[in-house]
Design a protein around this ligand. Structure first.
Ligand SMILES: C[S@@+](CC[C@H](N)C(=O)[O-])C[C@H]1O[C@@H](n2cnc3c(N)ncnc32)[C@H](O)[C@@H]1O
Length: 210
């Protein structure tokens, strides 16, 4: 029954298996480049509630609207748009895919956009840190893992907020790394997504003060 549901949700969403069986970062970048034009329409039914949820969660944890926010793996800018609708003004986008970022740029909500790999620890100069970092749809199979998590942690200010979405199965894989960092879980929500069997979590961590 569970296996059948999993098969059905992949059949109706061929793009999902396509991106999750990627073997390299280069291949992932090419897939998102090819997907960019139809991404928003393809994910609408499953994902459109999430950017608004993220923006609402952040506004409870970080009400200061000119806070510096990194949208890590910004894609076409759906999260940036939702943050702008909540009044946030100081947004930076990073993404691997130039074509996804080009669409994000058209939304005119980001102060800066960087075409970069989040696995690269030198995207920003040493002194740059953010009040909040959001990674929506980024911590997933064949996407971001430990290296990206550690890089993003380094880019977060003390007492900064790190908000991520992560599916149940991948959360189990990342659990130890998430638990070991010096931050504390300050918000947790879950949502059924795709197959109604596995949950998608929206987690927020607050970095400790040293
Ligand atoms: C599922 S999309 C999510 C996009 C957007 N955050 C949203 O909520 O609609 C994942 C995005 O993460 C980007 N991405 C994945 N791995 C990355 C990496 N290592 N460095 C930069 N971007 C990455 C992809 O290019 C893609 O745009």
């Amino acid at each position: 029954m569970v296996e059948e549901q999993a098969k059905n949700f992949l059949e109706t969403r061929p793009w999902l298996s396509g991106i999750c069986d990627t073997q390299s970062t280069e291949e992932l970048k090419n897939k998102y480049d090819s997907w960019a034009k139809t991404y928003d329409a393809d994910v609408k039914d499953d994902w459109s509630f999430m950017p608004a949820n993220i923006a609402r969660t952040l506004s409870k944890l970080l009400p200061q609207k000119d806070a510096t926010i990194l949208d890590a793996g910004a894609g076409t800018g759906l999260v940036g748009q939702a943050l702008a609708q909540q009044g946030y003004t100081n947004l930076t986008a990073v993404d691997l895919s130039e074509k996804m970022l080009a669409i994000a740029k058209e939304r005119e909500v980001y102060k800066a956009l960087h075409h970069s790999n989040l696995e690269d620890s030198q995207i920003f100069s040493n002194s740059v840190t953010f009040d909040a970092i959001i990674a929506a749809g980024v911590f997933a199979y064949a996407h971001a893992g430990l290296e990206v998590l550690n890089n993003l942690f380094g880019l977060l200010k003390e007492e900064g907020i790190f908000l991520l979405t992560i599916r149940e199965d991948y959360r189990s894989e990342m659990q130890m790394a998430l638990a070991q960092l010096p931050w504390r879980l300050v918000s947790e929500d879950d949502f059924p997504i795709y197959d109604e069997v596995k949950l998608m979590y929206l987690l927020a961590f607050k970095k400790e003060r040293f």
